[in-house]
Design a protein around this ligand. Sequence first.
Ligand SMILES: C[S@@+](CC[C@H](N)C(=O)[O-])C[C@H]1O[C@@H](n2cnc3c(N)ncnc32)[C@H](O)[C@@H]1O
Length: 234
Amino acid sequence: MGCFVARAQPPFPGAQGPYRYPPSSIGLVDWDWLLRSSDGYLRHEDKATVLDLLGLEPGMIVADVGCGSGFYSFDVARSVGGEGLLFAMDMDGDLLRELEGLALDISLNPHQNVISVENDPRDLGFAEATLDMALLFHLDFPAMAPLQDDKRAFLRSVVSALKPMGRLVAMEYFQGEQSDPQGARPSPSPGLPTERALVVNLEANGLLPVERHELLEYGSVLWIFQKPSTHAPP
Ligand SMILES: C[S@@+](CC[C@H](N)C(=O)[O-])C[C@H]1O[C@@H](n2cnc3c(N)ncnc32)[C@H](O)[C@@H]1O
């Protein structure tokens, strides 16, 4: 699977910090994709900070697109509560089977409101205006330039699935020079997307960038985009 290969070389080898934690300290969940980094560690943004930034509310319908085995899915599902829904979506069925096993645990999924969906990587498959929020976390996907036709189609399908005023939240490890204009940070893999590509591509799909947050000293950046109240498809 592409993301595991990409993570086999952590972008900033040798770095230490509070975000570099051993799997054994994480607790409940099988953090599958995280554990596949070469040394069993992966520096990661602080999860509680990310969840705070999302502004989740009870009753929301959210899709965690490229959810893996559910690193964020269960926390988001808890926040939207029994009136809300979390679609845990991935193109990798093996990871979804793991997530489905975890979803049976009532302490992890107290509202039993996680629905796993194996999506076509070219089309999210929702009717128009279904979602309050779509999360695209570490897909290494939406911003890749030039976008191939199927990636463009996929992105269009995510935007179309958002309700008016719905939000798309994208988080990636971006290329060093994009998130570090002074050049003070080490540059990670040249294969990583650029922030500029992300913004340009989502704006081309009719979304407005509304917030940007740097989450990690070395380049994990979270962008929040919003669909206008009236949206003309590109
Ligand atoms: C690096 S993992 C990130 C998992 C999770 N979002 C997180 O941040 O912990 C990337 C996941 O995105 C999935 N993925 C990539 N492109 C996708 C697409 N077009 N549709 C569905 N899943 C996709 C991969 O199968 C993989 O499970």
